[in-house]
Design a protein around this ligand. Sequence first.
Ligand code: CP
Length: 315
Amino acid sequence: MPVFSQDHLLGIKHISRDDIELIFKTADSFKEVLQRPIKRTPSLTGITIANLFFENSTRTRISFELAEKRLSADTVNFSAASSSVKKGETLLDTVNNILAMKVDMVVMRHPAPGAHTFLAQHIDASIINAGDGTHEHPTQALLDAYSIREQLGENLEGKRIAIAGDIMHSRVALSNFFCLKKLGCEVMAVGPPTLLPKYLTKLGVQVEHDIQKALQWCDVMNVLRIQLERQDTKFIPSLREYSKYYGISKAMLDQLDKEIVLMHPGPINRGVELMSDAVDSHHSIILDQVQNGVATRMAVLYLLAERRKSRVGTA
Ligand code: CP
């Protein structure tokens, strides 16, 4: 039986193609569980998981909570807005206090890139990165690739995936680049030059500035929003101008002489990067991505719990 190679999920950069394939295979089993009338397994009975969100989240937080409940784990939720972080407590003190209550695993979203790596070096719990600043969002990339696999088949070797939008400020983009390249995809980044970082070619990612050319090239178009909250200077003249050159409508997808899969990690800014008719069209698998998030996160939690069991002999 193959085992996950890491004690934590800090980023896609740190895991192998075999790890990714193992997560997908495990997610397939959990997806089957989620179709049953009683959508629950006892796999994580006796495990306590703390969900620590130092940044806002809708999809990731709910998806992890649901995944944990479906696996019969005990969960505690922490939100920075209503915590003693506001009184000046450090990240390490906050987490150590929570761990003193005998927590086995920590799911954390934090605005500081690398916060999870720091924690993993200082505490004994298994750490799962639910987003660290502009760095990585590994479970989003895993559920994205899992959703692509459902559309295009299990072998993604040579499939053409374009990621459009604010690549510069996106943790989803970086995790997707690592994941898709490990799976053998051809990957393209699309957007205005000011929103495309210089490191792309080093990762083997093609660069394109024309959204029409990118749509013609790709099998899958994964669209990101403009992250105004992460931009301290102006990278585009206005959202209106961005939308004029990069906004995707249903008509643009319909007129292609091929099938195309449309994705978005959410939250969507309707009328900016995607027109409403594209979001709601038959090309879109955006809600499938959300649904697959639960099975994919169940797989990650389960594999890390198994790994922890073999490492510390508890759980
Ligand atoms: N895709 C994603 O991370 O969404 P949330 O910010 O709502 O969790």
